[in-house]
Design a binder for this molecule. Structure first.
Ligand code: SER
Length: 326
């Protein structure tokens, strides 16, 4: 039986991943962990700081963990506010789990590890359209630099120490259950809350800033499918490109206006524009499709309808999402 630890379980992806894993493995098979309080009904919970390697190791031994999803990280915008903290959190968080997995493997108790990379690992010299799996990577943010270094570490630990580590380059993830945490792509969530409040949305990216995006149900399916695939099928041990859909703020605004015709948007690009401009518009994910059967489902119309329906049902139209006015 698998025993799964999710680190960073209270975050945007973690909270929905815990739910999905618990549905698959039962509450006794999943341990959620994070710095704060237990937000999970469906799983066991342990408080854990990803920088505390000793506690992480004890927890993994005590629960006889077989799989770890290490999701704790600082994203692109908050990372630029505290670059050294972002580096320490993103790199040490990964290294701690890779080292534990190396030791566990050598002791005959192998640990399968998931760690998220990002489209932020690409940069201004990366081909922006249908970005290939293997290409120029020259990230400009501390977040992106930590993701690129992390990808190299994952591949290194796989080849050198046989650690079964797997990763995805997540696009911007769109969801309604938990707020995102300080990313450049967060506008694509905040815009829905503004639309439902009846506000004119002030977008911090220009109208034509096309970025790769993914609806949360697709992101969860991709993550679990990658982790459930037989090891022999995983031919990329840095991180896989996975595409969902690509759109710009004006295309998203038009999709919202097709449902809520009074919706209005204004554009006031700020420092996040430069970050977005350094990232790809779309990704070539043919390797993920070939190796472990990746296939996105959500399109822009479905995503828009689903987001509006679910945020409206929650009856809380967040006035602030991850530190900026929505
Ligand atoms: N959503 C992330 C960010 O905007 C990208 O991985 O920072």
């Amino acid at each position: 039986m698998e025993k799964i630890l999710v680190i960073g379980a209270n975050g945007q992806i973690g909270s929905e991943l815990v739910e999905a894993l618990s549905a698959q493995h039962g509450a006794e098979g999943v341990i959620a962990s994070d710095l704060g309080a237990n937000l999970h009904r469906a799983a066991q919970y342990e408080q854990l700081d990803v920088l505390d390697a000793v506690r992480m190791q004890r927890l993994i031994e005590r629960h006889q963990i077989t799989q770890v999803y290490q999701l704790a990280a600082m994203l692109s915008v908050t990372g630029e506010q505290s670059p050294l903290k972002a580096w320490a959190l993103n790199m040490d968080g990964l290294l701690h789990i890779l080292e534990i997995a190396r030791e566990r493997g050598q002791a005959g108790a192998p640990l399968r590890v998931f760690w998220p990379s990002s489209v932020a690992a690409f940069g201004p010299h990366t081909p922006a359209v249908a970005t290939p799996q293997t290409t120029i990577m020259d990230p400009t943010t501390m977040y992106g630099i930590s993701k690129l270094a992390g990808e190299r570490l994952c591949e290194y630990y796989f080849h050198k120490f046989d650690v079964d580590v797997r990763s995805i380059r997540y696009p911007g993830i769109i969801s309604y259950k938990s707020p995102p945490g300080g990313g450049t792509t967060d506008y694509a969530i905040a815009i829905f809350h503004a639309a439902l409040r009846g506000d004119c949305y002030q977008c911090y990216l220009g109208p034509d800033t096309t970025l790769p995006m993914m609806y949360m149900p697709d992101a969860i399916r991709a993550t679990i499918a990658l982790m459930d695939a037989p090891a022999a099928q995983i031919r990329v041990r840095s991180a896989y490109n996975v595409a969902g859909l690509s759109f710009s703020p004006s295309e998203l605004a038009q999709a919202i206006a097709r449902v809520l015709p009074q919706f209005e948007i204004r554009y006031a690009p700020d420092q996040r524009q430069a970050i977005a401009d350094s990232w790809p518009h779309s990704l070539d994910d043919s390797q993920a499709r070939a190796d472990w059967g990746w296939q996105p489902q959500a399109d822009l119309e479905q995503l828009t309808a689903d987001m509006l329906k679910n945020i409206a049902a929650q009856k809380i139209y967040a006035s602030r999402v991850s530190g900026f006015i929505a």
